[in-house]
Each structure stands twice: as structure tokens, then as C-alpha cells.
Design a protein around this ligand. Structure first.
Ligand SMILES: Cc1cc2nc3c(=O)[nH]c(=O)nc-3n(C[C@H](O)[C@H](O)[C@H](O)COP(=O)(O)OP(=O)(O)OC[C@H]3O[C@@H](n4cnc5c(N)ncnc54)[C@H](O)[C@@H]3O)c2cc1C
Length: 300
């Protein structure tokens, strides 16, 4: 398979990119890292006579964090940077862990967070953590700019609310509560270079021993990522026990709507959701206990 012919444009600034996109409306497609796009152009799943690369736009590669505003990152931040940046590891560990599990080192060095979000795959590794953290995305076209919750941006497999000519410019995540426990489980047959068969992202916030808020985000078991509201409600305002984790996991398993494909049956995926949700909740609660006791040690 060879790439079809197209014109390749590399604007140096965001403003220039907006103008080029406007000029080539209906003809052009944007390229971030190209790890998804180039495959789809080769397979003719995507057809375009113009490819606009965002590679040279430095403003889209910025990553900023402040205690008051939280994290703002340009759409061209590489997945490898998410996995390795100390502030992400410290403040948004789910994102760093999930990024470190995406593809291979070569793919992570090219792939971007914006590209991962725009592909809107139910198995996209950065999407579960971003949803658990309540991320918002910024879309820009000409002089118009809008922010939208990521949960509303993705509307189906490969489908978003992105309008013709809009560029995903940035992703914003509010600061996280200090007292949390987290877990990201990506289940696949191979240890690397594998799209998740099922993923479970768990983020629990605590007040003392009680869980005060919970995010349980299921990947690859529905047309879009799914937050199991019943499982989350079960965990809230209670101390996490094995029985409670089991109850929430059962609810998550009953809630998901996977399909049967070449990799697994729908039934097997539901069973996986139950097992992995229970494991994720207990792992998250265990991390919280560990962090609390090391904080107490530091205070002594
Ligand atoms: C071998 C291999 C292994 C992989 N493994 C994984 C994996 O384990 N987990 C996983 O989640 N994914 C995986 N992928 C898929 C892919 O690498 C990721 O989805 C990646 O994050 C895509 O990012 P990108 O920057 O390369 O996007 P691109 O390929 O450049 O773009 C993807 C799509 O988003 C659009 N787009 C990108 N950026 C913007 C923007 N700023 N504004 C508007 N539209 C935009 C493009 O037009 C295109 O349609 C794998 C791919 C390969 C080839």
C-alpha cells in the first residue's frame, strides 16, 4: 500500500494554519503526529487532496500547570511527553500511566494528545483519564473559539462535534483534589502495541477513609467511553471494602454494551469489566491508603 498523492502544507503559526484551513475547506485534513492519519490515507479510509501538518506550530506544543488553573496543554503535546513530564506524573498520574501504555516508544514519540482525542476511538488510551479528570477541549476556527467538555465532544466511534475547519487547539484539566486514589487498567492480549480490549480508569477522591467522589470510566465496551454512574454512586460517601468494590463492579458489568469482534465476545468483555473494575477500585483505594500513611509519616 502506498500513500496517495496530496499537497503537503506546513504552516509555522497557528494564525497561518487557520487561514490555510479556511482556504482549503472541504479538501484538507489536519495532521498532528500522523500515526493514525497516514494509515487511514494509505487505506483510503480518509481521502484528502491537501494535508496540513501542525508540526511546526510551537504554540500548540506548550504545556502549563498552575495550582489555581490546573493543566492546559496544546493539542500537539506528544504522548511521550505526557508519560514523562514530572508535573503530569505528580498531579495527573492517570494520564501519565495511560500515555506510557500507548503503542510503542516510536509511536509515543510521534503521537499527540490532540490526535488521540480527535480519533475518538473507544479504546484511545488518553481519553479515559481525560474523562475521569473532567477535561475540556478548545476548538478554533477563524476568529471563533469554543470550549466543550470532552464528554460531549466525542459522540460516537471516530465521531466528534468538531466542525469542518475547526482545529483542536488545547485541552484543559482543572486541578485535582489532593486526597485521591487512582488506577488505569488496559487489558489486551499482548503487553505492548495493543489497542485495549477493555480499559478501566478509576479515580477516587477521599475525605479521611470515606470516598467522596468517584469516576469509573470504561473503554472499548461501547460506542464511546462510558462512565458507570451506578458504580460511582455505590462508591460515594462510603469506606471502600472488597464487598463494595464487588457490588460496583457488578453494576459496571451490567451497564456496559460491548460488541463481539475478532478479539473477544461481548460476554467475555462484560466479564472483564466486572473483574477489572473490582481490581481498579481496590487498587485505587490501596494507593490512597499508602499515600495517606506516607503523608502522616512526613508530618511527624
Ligand atoms: C502501531 C500503532 C499502535 C497504536 N497503538 C495505540 C494504542 O495503544 N492506544 C491508542 O490509543 N492508540 C494507538 N494507536 C493510534 C494512534 O497512534 C493514536 O490515536 C495517536 O494518539 C494519534 O495521534 P496523532 O498525533 O498521530 O494523530 P494523527 O494521526 O495526526 O491524527 C488523527 C486524526 O485526528 C485529526 N487531528 C489530529 N490533530 C488534530 C487537531 N489538532 N485538530 C483537528 N484535527 C486533528 C487528524 O485529522 C486525523 O483525522 C496506534 C497506532 C499505530 C500505528
Amino acid at each position: 500500500m502506498i500513500l496517495p498523492r496530496f499537497e503537503f502544507l506546513e504552516p509555522a503559526t497557528f494564525e497561518e494554519a487557520l487561514k490555510i484551513v479556511e482556504k482549503n475547506k472541504g479538501e484538507a485534513v489536519m495532521m498532528a503526529g500522523g500515526t493514525d492519519l497516514l494509515v487511514n490515507l494509505k487505506r483510503k479510509v480518509i481521502k484528502a487532496s491537501v494535508v496540513i501538518s501542525l508540526e511546526k506550530i510551537d504554540s500548540l506544543k506548550q504545556l502549563n500547570y498552575s495550582e489555581s488553573a490546573g493543566l492546559t496543554m496544546g493539542s500537539m503535546v506528544r504522548v511521550s511527553e505526557l508519560a514523562e513530564t514530572p508535573i503530569i506524573k505528580q498531579k495527573f498520574p492517570l494520564l501519565a500511566i495511560a500515555a506510557s501504555k500507548l503503542g510503542s516508544p516510536q509511536i509515543r514519540n510521534r503521537a499527540t494528545v490532540g490526535g488521540n482525542v480527535c480519533t475518538a476511538r473507544p479504546a484511545g488510551d488518553t481519553i479515559g483519564p481525560l474523562l475521569a479528570y473532567g477535561a475540556e477541549v478548545q476548538l478554533v476556527r477563524g476568529k471563533e473559539s469554543r470550549w466543550e467538555p470532552l464528554a460531549k465532544f466525542i459522540v460516537g466511534p471516530g465521531k466528534t462535534t468538531k466542525k469542518e475547519g475547526e482545529i483542536l487547539a488545547a485541552i484543559k484539566v482543572k486541578p485535582c483534589a489532593a486526597d485521591t486514589g487512582y488506577s488505569y487498567i488496559k487489558y489486551g492480549i499482548r503487553k505492548a502495541m495493543e489497542i485495549a480490549m477493555v480499559s478501566v480508569t478509576t479515580n477516587l477522591t477521599f475525605d479521611g477513609k470515606k470516598c467522596t467522589s468517584a469516576a469509573v470510566v470504561l473503554g472499548a465496551v461501547g460506542p464511546v467511553f462510558m462512565r458507570s454512574g451506578d458504580a460511582e454512586a455505590t462508591l460515594c460517601t462510603k469506606e471502600i471494602t472488597e464487598a463494595l468494590a464487588e457490588q460496583a463492579a457488578e453494576q459496571a458489568g451490567a451497564f456496559c454494551t460491548p460488541i463481539t469482534d475478532t478479539r473477544a465476545t461481548a460476554e467475555y468483555r462484560c466479564d472483564l469489566v466486572k473483574a477489572l473494575t473490582k481490581r481498579g477500585i481496590l487498587e485505587a483505594a490501596g494507593k490512597h491508603v499508602k499515600q495517606s500513611s506516607s503523608r502522616k509519616q512526613e508530618q511527624k
